[in-house]
Design a protein around this ligand. Structure first.
Ligand SMILES: Nc1ncnc2c1ncn2[C@@H]1O[C@H](COP(=O)(O)OP(=O)(O)OP(=O)(O)O)[C@@H](O)[C@H]1O
Ligand SMILES: [Mg+2]
Length: 405
């Protein structure tokens, strides 16, 4: 089993997927733009071979170089878990005759308007939305859709240039701010709580499922620096609060023709209980959510993903004995972390519940909270009682303070 794995060193959790592949018996052929001498030693130990490419986003160049490097070898699988490389992986599979998700399927997970069209065509609930290229088109769409609404780039990521518009008085100001965006999506604003739905799938059939909730909704967390965002995994997927979202998610996988691998979906739960589709990707979730799922069931999903793509089986337990919550902290002030308050007292209150502390150490430069959801570090807590796990996470959010100078 030779697995060609794209970008084994970046983002950092790709090293864990590489480890998973090696652990289930694959020979991992890595391809990335990190210099070989810059690869962490542990990662190097999990790679059978490595090709350095100068520009990983230059698809034609990567395919040409990989073709020369492989010579007559044909990998059994070509995989990635990094969103910008999912289409490249599909093109490489086609070029080298390797099974896996086709380009047409991957595009359905990449192109948001196409994704929505396919999901809606399957009779599933999506926010009403229209594409707009000009101010006139945006106004016409807004009048048809009604306020409040969301304006966001058609090709967006990380909630960049995404705005909620309360009423007609706010639309021109938002359109002024996003003049550099060539094409926007004008959408019905869905009021409600925001959840995720993750799966490991074998031939489109979920063999592992998970649901998490964002506190607060992702857009609010990404636009307010003072907030310590929380993501919480839920234990009971049959609970009436999340069952409609799980049902929606399973149908979406069918509508988009999912094959084998990880998926990560975002959905809204309206106050009346209705589940509304947000978006979906055919890769693992970011924001440390694989770790969060691992703490939920004491499982190693980096390895289970590898088992799924290599051998079509999953050994993850179905039981979810814990609800785990990750709290992302953002320091107050600019520069380097100078001191931390409230951590010792928090530890004393919740010793048994804390499973990970990864706050930036004193002296470390602050991260750019707009660029990375990981912010200035995180804590993970878990508890058998979901309400208690959330209460402890909220305590970390409000009582621990990082200061920078
Ligand atoms: N129609 C909508 N109604 C309500 N909220 C929305 C809507 N569309 C987007 N949002 C909010 O904006 C956030 C970002 O939107 P979306 O996930 O579509 O874009 P993104 O830039 O790909 O985000 P990310 O990369 O952060 O997942 C959502 O997580 C949600 O909180
Ligand atoms: Mg999103």
């Amino acid at each position: 089993m030779d697995v060609l794995f794209l970008s084994p060193a970046y983002p950092p959790e790709m090293a864990a997927f590489t480890r998973g592949l090696a652990e289930v018996g694959a020979r991992v052929l890595g391809v990335g733009d990190s210099l070989p001498e810059a690869l962490p030693p542990a990662l190097r130990g999990h790679l059978a071979d490595y090709l350095h490419v100068p520009r990983i986003m230059d698809e034609a160049d990567v395919i040409r170089r990989v073709g020369g490097w492989l010579g007559g070898r044909r990998p059994t699988r070509i995989e990635t878990n990094w969103e910008p490389l999912t289409v490249l992986a599909a093109r490489m599979r086609a070029a080298f005759g390797v099974p896996g998700l086709t380009e047409d399927v991957v595009i359905g997970f990449r192109d948001k308007p196409l994704m929505r069209e396919r999901v809606e065509a399957a009779g599933l609930r999506v926010p009403r939305s229209e594409r707009a290229r000009t101010r006139g088109e945006a106004w016409a769409a807004a009048q048809r859709i009604g306020f409040p609404l969301i304006v966001k780039p058609v090709a967006g990521a990380g909630s960049a240039d995404t705005f909620r518009v309360e009423g007609p008085g706010g639309l021109d100001a938002v359109l002024d701010q996003i003049r550099h965006v060539p094409e926007v999506s004008v959408e019905e604003f869905i009021e409600g709580d925001e959840y995720t739905y993750e799966t490991l799938c074998v031939d489109g059939r979920p063999v592992y499922e998970s649901v998490c909730q964002y506190f607060p909704n992702a857009l609010v967390a990404r636009q307010n620096e003072w907030i310590s965002p929380i993501i919480q995994s839920l234990r009971d997927l049959d609970d009436e609060r999340v069952a409609p979202g799980v049902a929606l998610g399973r149908s979406v996988l069918g509508a988009l023709g999912m094959g084998t691998g990880f998926t990560h979906m975002e959905w809204f739960r309206k106050p009346n209980g209705e589940a509304v589709f947000g978006e979906i990707a055919c890769r693992a979730p970011g924001a440390n959510m694989v770790d969060l799922m691992n703490y939920t069931s004491d499982v190693d999903l980096f390895r289970e993903w590898a088992r799924v793509v290599c051998w079509g089986r999953c050994e993850a337990p179905a039981a979810r004995p814990f609800s785990a919550a990750i709290v992302f902290k953002r320091a107050e002030g600019q520069g380097r972390i100078a001191h931390v308050e409230g951590l010792d007292a928090f530890r004393r209150r919740h010793r048994g519940a804390i499973v990970r502390e990864e706050l930036l150490p004193v002296g470390a430069p602050r991260r750019d909270w707009k660029q990375t959801f990981l912010s200035d570090g995180n804590l993970v807590v878990r508890h058998a009682d979901g309400g208690e796990a959330l209460r402890i996470a909220m305590d970390a959010a409000s009582s621990i303070h990082l200061y920078a100078r």
